[in-house]
Design a protein around this ligand. Structure first.
Ligand SMILES: CC(C)(COP(=O)(O)OP(=O)(O)OC[C@H]1O[C@@H](n2cnc3c(N)ncnc32)[C@H](O)[C@@H]1OP(=O)(O)O)[C@@H](O)C(=O)NCCC(=O)NCCS
Length: 160
């Protein structure tokens, strides 16, 4: 006996995922997508929070390196995380980041993760702080005050 498939998207609020993200209106200036696979699930069969946090931290690191022009950019703080909905195997999720404050040695970002299938927000993180370090592992001024939308600050250390 086959079960009727349930429509998880029915009666859910739309959060504007139908078109391309516009940084001016979306509040996000950097985004990436992931496909939820079996190895990303918890015992409940839904997306494991630890997998999601690993992806967010990695994306935040890439974004911080692009913004601060320093590959020695490390996670200093992640504020409260409220998982408000989840994802299932086969769902596609979208992670968005935006720089909200350039400090002297730090960069503060805001993160939002959305389920592209159910159109629900999975979580938001108001503050992710990265700090730019020097070769001695101590905070070093990055000298930037605003967001770049280009690749003009990419560090050159890893170029052969
Ligand atoms: C990053 C690290 C060098 C910072 O050391 P620190 O003694 O806090 O340095 P400072 O006090 O000079 O602060 C550096 C910057 O972080 C900010 N900062 C420090 N503590 C903070 C906090 N709790 N919340 C938000 N920002 C904070 C400071 O305001 C400062 O930013 P600014 O220069 O833009 O004003 C040190 O904490 C460290 O090595 N942490 C481990 C980092 C790491 O390995 N992360 C990977 C996960 S394990």
């Amino acid at each position: 006996m086959s079960e009727e498939p349930t429509d998880r998207t029915a009666a859910l609020p739309t959060i504007g995922l139908d078109g391309p993200i516009d940084p001016a209106t979306d509040g996000v200036s950097f985004h990436t997508r992931k496909w939820v696979k079996p190895e990303d699930l918890n015992a409940n069969g839904t997306l494991f929070g630890g997998s999601l946090l690993r992806w967010i931290d990695e994306q935040a690191a890439i974004y911080a390196i692009i913004q601060l022009g320093n590959h020695r950019s490390v996670t200093k703080l992640i504020s409260e995380i409220n998982f408000v909905s989840s994802a299932e195997q086969g769902d596609m999720i979208e992670m968005g980041l935006k720089a909200t404050h350039f400090g002297r040695t730090s960069l503060t970002m805001r993160a939002e993760v959305r389920n592209m299938i159910t159109r629900q927000v999975i979580l938001t993180i108001e503050k992710i702080v990265f700090v730019s370090l020097g070769p001695d592992g101590k905070p070093v001024p990055h000298g930037y005050t605003d967001i770049t939308y280009h690749r003009d600050r990419l560090p050159v250390q890893n170029r052969s």
